[in-house]
Ligand binder design. Sequence first.
Ligand code: ZN
Length: 401
Amino acid sequence: MSVYRARWVLPISAPPMENGWVSCHQGMITSLGQGSVAEEIIDLGNVAIIPGLINAHTHLEFSNLGSPLDAGAGRFADWIQAVLDYRASSEIGTGVIASGLAQSSASGVGAIGEISTFDASNELASEYQESVEELVVYRESIGLSKIRVAELLEQAETHINAAQSKKWHAGLSPHAPYTVHGDLLSGLCSLSAAHQVPLAMHLAETLEEIELLEMGTGPLRELLQRLDVWDVVGIQSPGSIQAYLEELSKCWRAAIIHGNYLVADHQSFIGQHRDVMSVVFCPRTHSYFGHSEYPLEKMLAANVRVALGTDSRASNPDLSMITELGFVAEEFPNVSAEQLLVSATYAGAYALGLEQLVGAIAVGASSRLLTVPCGDATLDNVYQQVLENLNEFSHLRCDQM
Ligand SMILES: [Zn+2]
């Protein structure tokens, strides 16, 4: 057993502990406390020990992109086309997933919510095994046509079973309202509940999506028609953001990715279902598409669990959660440093269904932690100091020192 002492321990799920200590054994936290301790300690000095960050939404298959794909004058449908073209060009080479995992770890990320477009048997999926951190691999399901529903649900179930022999955790991901038949969505929500696996869905992301749902028109319809997959029955069932939220509330865990255009009624519904539902805000991707201001403060006021994600390098220049946090702190000066750290740790872990394991310093959780210089921090400003100094973090692998 190893015991580490630091000027501050920030458990996140409990108040900050000055002169705190954490004891670890075989990769797990066995106890924590404040003040003196009987065992021999390793003194880390004037730092704060915090949990690893959680990137609750990304697509690692784009991790080798030098810069985001062109959003074509801000039109989301054009960006989707660019994503499809990039995939078809087969520029996604081996090593891309491993590279994305390494980039994440370099920015202090201890767990990732990854959307995967390939089966567990695919060569690229073997790179998920190289992860030394916690990883939820959400298998993406795309199918507007009713005749594909059974086949796609079988694929999702195969994915859940495959995870039992892997280092990663299974998740499910109906892609978005404009690509998923209503029956496929409800089937995936049932699988989430039956197997207790988390689900993630892009929802209320763009005005183009809202237009498609409400009017059945616009650039996304044109895109789907060009791709010859337009299926009006699939789009209308269900047909409003609220109907999607009600379906998602039947999951074991449901992460609503983006939620840029969720309105007050949606926010209060999600807040009331916070045991199941979370929202994942991707700040720099939100900015990349030039959306109207994100309703972050309103969501928090409605008791919504807001996690943070980088999204992929198709819409963000890098996978750094630290840069993401700095960006959101600047954009929302009224949101406290404590809240931002909760969003970047515990809220993300909860969305992923991994809150027992990561996202907080607690007995039974992973002992892979971070240390951050904390200057002369006091109880009043320790979260702020940690947020400001986050780019000077070090990994603390408790059992490996
Ligand atoms: Zn995404």
